[in-house]
Design a binder for this molecule. Sequence first.
Ligand SMILES: [Zn+2]
Length: 215
Amino acid sequence: MTQTVSPAAAALLAFAAAVAAPAGTPADPIVDSKMTDVEAFDGLDPACPKDLRDRQTVVAVTYWGFDGKLHRGQLVADKELEQDVLAVFEVARAEKFPIRSVVPVSHPRFRKNGKWDDDLSMAANNTSAFNYRAVTGGTTLSKHALGRAIDVNPLINPYVKGKLTLPPGATYDPAARGALTADHPVTKAFLARGWVWGGNWTSLKDYQHFEKPVK
Ligand SMILES: [Zn+2]
């Protein structure tokens, strides 16, 4: 029996194919973030000095998600560090290290009362860098305020100080997928480029955190 497809049905099928979900392949990655520069800095704390803002650039990065598919996101960081970031993400891809998402903290879903909110970004397990804010639990400026620090998979790599764990409810299991350890290739790739890992600190552990000191 031969089935014929009506023109209307054919049009519908063509439309469905056109809007089909991305494949998550190198040719067709899933887009987690595709902001314009204006969007990436929208809502930035007005206290951020202009020269600091002007040092920041939006870096497009590609990574494997926990779904086994290739994703495309964006990281805002000091432009001096762009090549380091790209090189480390290359290692992460080669290692099939899964990353949940890489979306600037300016995204509406990470806003609280209009302001960029690191707690919301961490709770979403989102990887991010630039954020004009103080250090966790303090008043001095964080290296994130300079665009010189990156937090990777925060829900899997929490900040631990005494009994305080952030994001709340997170636990650090070095064997978990997406967890960072001292000898992990991603950690080593950062360290080889002069970055410091918060998991090596002794007063507290910030397993998600990498920063590059100013020389
Ligand atoms: Zn951090």
